[in-house]
Design a protein around this ligand. Sequence first.
Ligand code: NOJ
Length: 510
Amino acid sequence: MNPNEIADSERLLHQAEPFNRRDFMKNTGLSALGITGMPLLFSACKTNMPNAYVSAGMLGQGKLPFPPGFVWGTATAAYQVEGAANEDGRGKSIWDTFSHTPGKIVNNNNGDVACDFYNRYKQDVQLIKDLQAKAYRFSISWSRIFPSGSGTPNQKGLDFYNRMVDELLANEITPFATLFHWDLPQGLQDKYNGWQSRETAKHFAEYAGYMAEQLSDRVKHFFTLNEIWTFIELGHSIGMHAPGVKLSTAELNQARHHAVLAHGLAVQAIRASGKTDTKVGVAENIKVALPVFETPENIKAAEIATREINAGYLTVIMEGKYTDAFLSAAGANAPKFTAEDLAIISSPTDMCGINIYNPECYVQAAANTDGYERIPFAKSHPTSTSTWELLAPETIYWGARHAQKLWGVKEIYVTENGYSSTDELSVDNRINDTDRVMFLRSYLSQLQRATTEGCPVKGYFYWSLLDNFEWASGYGIRFGLYYMDYKTLQRIPKLSASYFKAMAAANALL
Ligand code: NOJ
């Protein structure tokens, strides 16, 4: 990806004109998202979690099914929910340092307490169960296990994940573990400049192998790195995420190379140390190019664009080579790598996680050397309360379809998909997040379309179980199905929790 593209993406991610959801509802209406009517379930809904509707068999009229065994889950990440920053020997991560640096996070929030999931996980497992979710995607805090990134493991940190996994299994919830969700041990940042060094990739593989050895008797799905694009670009190019550095183009390309190398080394380490039935893959926010209209020419253009835009990330992981266009755009700033590196990076995986929010761009076919051209987003294009989150429900369809078509992926999980809303708490303690319900219905209808067409999507994890620490945006941005009262740490189910539950129970779009 060249600097202009990064600048473009960044602008789209973080500087899009704010456009509030009321405008969205008013200007686009439900029909803009292919919605013809809200389910009666919600117009009639009297309680926050309408168990009665689920158990009374009132669901399912006109339902659009997902495949049998489709996995419904929710997702979180360690630094965003755990809190307990100084408990049981946990070492500092770059996010502790960054969030404690004044001015880096909205309202100078930090993850010291967050949702206190570390101490309340039993209660939260019941919340997952109450959603009828059969899976939970969590991340492991590397610095709880290896406080300075490598060396002697911290038994108390490991015990926490053992307890949590056991609690999930006792409640018939399948654990999906992510090994790295951005909270790099500060020790590795100090010693090696983190991802700027190949040493960090090697230490990541040691940690991954250790976790597979410890957990793979019970955890059968491991994701290596979460959203390499985000932690590399936001953390090392524009400095708005930890570690907050602004590298030169050559250094940035090298850091990115070390991250994809870390993924490949970890795949090998997990294979070497885990049980034989352990599945492994990456969880990447594939940058999805959408065909502006679904003509065969535009679909082809969108495939070409998606492959090129992801060249330094999913494409090299899946294909074991950097594309010619990527290398020639990078020129003298291209990463230094060996053929052996490429073989490691593309070590065969069992599954691919895709995180789906906004699309990267709309494209149409063009008779230029790229084979496509981007169509800029309209200024009034609707977003969630996260102004980077331009809404396009078909992103989930095309994200999965592109992964299947471009790289022949046989097992796809939507490892994240979510919407941030204003989530006003009513006087009677309800959150009628009708906009999130609309989001779920419209994105999931596109996912249902993909599975109906035979695209091998095996599961869907809503981001997030709970409102939590939304990185540089602090606690002001809410993505959860459960509302967090940050003063009391009380969890309150939103209307969308009821909707998710109804769909998970029916294994169908409702
Ligand atoms: C993707 C990230 O993985 C997650 O940590 C973040 O909270 C969501 N996007 C929403 O921004």
